[in-house]
Design a protein around this ligand. Structure first.
Ligand code: FPP
Length: 237
């Protein structure tokens, strides 16, 4: 069983178009899948789930769609936080939150504050997030630490840099899932995906049910994770 699953939830727009409905209809349907995926993780004892809800590139979408997504996030926060808190879910938003309007930002901070001591499932929602942004902000933090004299420039290596990345306190992402048929990472977690198993599904996100999730888990458990070693070395260990 993976300890940390990250998902690019793709295909809401196409799902809506197939039904001749606006794209926001697909995002609303996608929200139900978010719910069922959280339940699937809770049931199976998966410790961390990271969802790509809004990329730094998504601002370029039509204004009406961006507005509808913001409304959806606001309503979801108002409606779901109590229940998630009751289930022991710790909610965290990762990304450049300063770009969001104040009411949304306040609710995000409240939800994080309220659930910060929960330990059953770490739910990370990437909003206005980009993997390259994460690398840049980690580098900036390291440079600031050097400036304060807390870190020697010569001591910057993979280990000392790792702690400045989003999600550094969690288990590494071992399973990455992308729905909706595309086979790319699209500037989601870059540093964090170094040794993740990548699983792609053609199913559109609103249709991605527990059975689909179980298939991804099975595919994951069938993979041999070698971390650069040979197959013989790994099977001996
Ligand atoms: C990608 O599908 C989906 C998004 C950009 C938004 C994801 C948002 C949700 C699932 C809504 C609820 C989320 C939370 C955390 C409350 P797409 O629009 O790119 O689909 P397409 O590729 O078919 O056009």
């Amino acid at each position: 069983m993976p300890q940390h699953v990250a998902i690019v939830m793709d295909g809401n727009g196409r799902w809506a178009r197939q039904r001749r409905r606006p794209r926001s209809f697909g995002h609303r349907a996608g929200q139900k899948t978010v719910r069922s995926t959280i339940e699937s993780c809770l049931r199976r004892g998966i410790g961390a789930l990271t969802l790509f809800a809004f990329s730094s590139e998504n601002w370029q979408r039509p204004q009406a769609e961006v507005g509808a997504l913001m409304q959806l996030f606001l309503k979801a926060l108002d409606r779901e936080v109590d229940e998630l808190h009751g289930h022991g879910v710790r909610i965290r938003f990762i990304g450049e939150l300063a770009a969001f309007a104040l009411p949304l930002r306040e609710r995000m901070h409240k939800a994080m504050e309220r659930t910060r001591d929960n330990g059953k499932l770490a739910l990370n929602i990437a909003v206005n997030y980009g993997g390259r942004w994460d690398i840049a902000q980690a580098a900036r933090q390291a440079a600031q630490a050097v400036g304060r004299g807390e870190l020697a420039a010569a001591a910057i290596d993979e280990r000392s840099l790792a702690r400045f990345f989003c999600l550094a306190d969690l288990a590494p992402v071992d399973l990455f899932i992308r729905t909706g048929g595309e086979r790319r990472v699209s500037n989601f977690l870059l540093w964090q995906l170094a040794y993740s198993e990548l699983v792609f599904s053609d199913v559109l996100w609103p249709d991605y049910d527990d059975a689909c999730f179980v298939r991804a888990l099975e595919e994951f458990s069938g993979r041999e994770r070698r971390y650069g070693k040979t197959s013989a070395q790994v099977s001996k260990a």
